[in-house]
Design a protein around this ligand. Sequence first.
Ligand code: FAD
Length: 458
Amino acid sequence: MVQRHYDVHRVRAESSTRLTGWGANMRVDCHLTEPGFSSDIAAQLDQAGTIARGLGRSYGDCAINAGGQVIGMTRADRCLCFDEHTGTLTCEAGVSLERIIHDFAPCGWFPMITPGTKFVTVGGCIANDIHGKAHHAQGCFLNSVDSMTVLLASGEVVVASRSVNPDLFWATFGGMGLLGVILTATIRLRKIETTYFHQRSIRVNNLEEMLTALDEHDDTFPYSVATLDVLATGAHLGRGVLTLGDHASLDDLPSQLAADPLRISGPPKLTVPFELPEFTLNPLSIRLVNAVIQRIQASAAPIGHYESFFYPLDKIARWNRGYGCRGFTQYQFVIPFTDGPSRMREILTAILSSGELPFLNVLKRLGKESGGVLSFPQEGYTFAIDFPIRRNTAALLRRLDAMVLDAGGRIYLGKDSYVEASTFRTMYPALDNWLATKAKYDPHCVFTSNLGRRVGLV
Ligand SMILES: Cc1cc2nc3c(=O)[nH]c(=O)nc-3n(C[C@H](O)[C@H](O)[C@H](O)COP(=O)(O)OP(=O)(O)OC[C@H]3O[C@@H](n4cnc5c(N)ncnc54)[C@H](O)[C@@H]3O)c2cc1C
């Protein structure tokens, strides 16, 4: 095995600070501890209540803990060992996908599964068992994880894998950091010839055509995602652009790109400097942004870089400030394929006729469940849409929860800020199984968070 070792000195920092999720719809004061080494964390664990935090890209309240401790993991970000033959990486859980791409893509390795931003940590990807555009073909992040080490409430550090402490392993995916702190993980990267994608965009006229197009291309392209035109209603509801793609080989690249086939991108060049005033988001600006998004999606070049293919929003740092000081939330649900088109039509109609101002959205197919006890994905159609927080937003989301539940679906905790405990329990029938694992590994609920308390996970 060829191994590359890393060693960086870090300084421990500690402070009390106001934290939010990415949606910035709730701000709470927490005691933030940012250990420099994963091996320091056990000594700093606050037995009165604590939660790990990655890069804070979950939209809601899963990585905040009002009045209690939050362990910021981003300084514990060392790559510890890399096998250049198999692409197996052991790293501290605070390593980001951005860092992995930066260090390993130029050598032909890329994260196996990635969400729509690279500014996420390995620990955060495990705790939410994140999914990407290829879930129907490649599954969740879980599929790329061989094992991890977890700091338990008792202070003991244990290995969790498919064969060692398997109950802890499966419950940690989708476990929202509430079973322990993931200190390190061993994950498999994907071999790539280039950092480019060949892609195809298809304009679609309505929802039934869109879902049929997604179904038809299920086997032809591993990556598929649609963006809907939020101004299209009635007969045109569901109009939008479907984008399909796959990793480009060296032979696919035109000569000017083939000269540097494993090019990586730099940091974002643009930043939203402060929270924009609320009037910035109005029917006119949304009409404009919606039209621009539809045009960009529809005119995708046949070969695109991973940055625009996977991470279009990463081009603007702190874009979440665009939603103003009340913040926003993302509502993401999945409903089964059975009755999917009619149920999706009902839910979309409720959203688009609500008078709220949503625009950023994504529609995808999800494949089989991953095995993570509380992992979000189940077979069906998933739709995610951002809502700026307004007076009636919470009431609308309650109505949507009822519709999703009635359709046999569930919502994604990584995006959620509002679901009630009773609704969550019905959406996730494996909850009792997960709670039994919680009682075994954290009987006194040392690991707790705003989300954990809200939905009944602690
Ligand atoms: C633009 C954008 C696009 C996105 N696209 C997708 C997508 O396509 N698919 C998808 O699934 N998600 C998506 N997400 C959500 C995001 O991938 C997840 O919320 C992810 O978990 C965030 O990782 P993080 O490092 O920021 O973790 P945080 O948000 O900081 O924390 C998330 C959870 O992980 C826990 N946690 C973090 N580190 C550890 C650790 N070391 N040990 C134990 N628990 C830990 C926290 O307690 C918390 O419960 C997107 C988010 C954004 C902003």
